[in-house]
Design a protein around this ligand. Structure first.
Ligand SMILES: [Fe+2]
Ligand SMILES: [Fe+2]
Length: 240
């Protein structure tokens, strides 16, 4: 079986008048890759109307399968389910704790959540609200683990919005690191010997790093990629 060329992007933040913004990029991606990952924050205010704008560009520009996870912006207006429906009708596969296989490669994804990293990670202690916050991060890690356990494929790729490691949020203000990801997501990634992780959310983060066991982690946030390569379409391609 030949190599699968995986294109990935995140944080497109489509608004009500964004139609056309990514059309050419989607056409280019279709020529250069076999699959597109949309790693959350596809919309700006989480409106189904904004997702329709994105879908218009996917329809006109994209000729390859697309997989996605929602981001925190996609949940802002309580229309997450509607956005999922709009994307689903356009043929985009939503990985909300789900697993999907393409060309013998397995994909598992969740949005993820905050809570911070390593020894400074927030723990479930004290106020009930803090415990609830931590529980949300645990729930996402558990759903990622369940999705990974469904995959029978030799190669596994994880799709997230939040980061599983500190190194790819580096570049942001340290004050917000804890809101950009959680080490709880890293544990199943290492245990299941995942081949690569793609995420977004940290617009000012770092593009490349790896987990404690050496799993490559790619921050494909469009603002970050645009700064790194001005004038070029904001996506990254990795072959598996
Ligand atoms: Fe974003
Ligand atoms: Fe985000």
């Amino acid at each position: 079986m030949g190599k699968l060329r995986v294109a990935a992007t995140a944080d497109l933040h489509y608004g009500k008048h964004s139609r056309g913004v990514m059309h050419d990029a989607f056409a280019e991606i279709s020529r250069r890759a076999d699959l597109l990952l949309l790693c959350g924050d596809m919309t700006d205010y989480g409106l189904a109307e904004e997702a329709e704008e994105l879908v218009a560009d996917l329809h006109s520009g994209l000729r390859i399968p697309a997989l996605a996870v929602l981001g925190n912006h996609d949940l802002e207006s309580g229309e997450g389910k509607l956005i999922e429906k709009v994307l689903d009708q356009a043929g985009v596969v939503l990985l909300d704790g789900g697993a999907h296989e393409i060309n013998g490669i397995g994909f598992a994804g969740v949005c993820g959540f905050g809570g911070g990293f390593g020894r400074r990670m927030l723990n479930a202690w004290g106020e009930p609200l803090i415990k609830q916050f931590v529980q949300e991060a645990i729930d996402h890690a558990v759903r990622l683990e369940q999705a990974l356990s469904k995959l029978q494929t030799e190669k596994k790729i994880v799709v997230l919005h939040y980061s599983p490691i500190r190194a790819t949020v580096q570049g942001e203000d340290p004050e917000i690191f804890a809101f950009l990801g959680s080490s709880r997501l890293e544990e199943p990634i290492n245990r299941f010997r995942v081949n690569a992780v793609f995420h977004g959310h940290a617009h000012n983060g770092t593009a490349d790093a790896a987990t404690a066991t050496g799993v490559p982690v790619y921050n494909v946030s469009a603002p970050l990629l645009r700064r790194a390569a001005p004038g070029q379409a904001p996506f990254r391609i990795v072959e598996f």
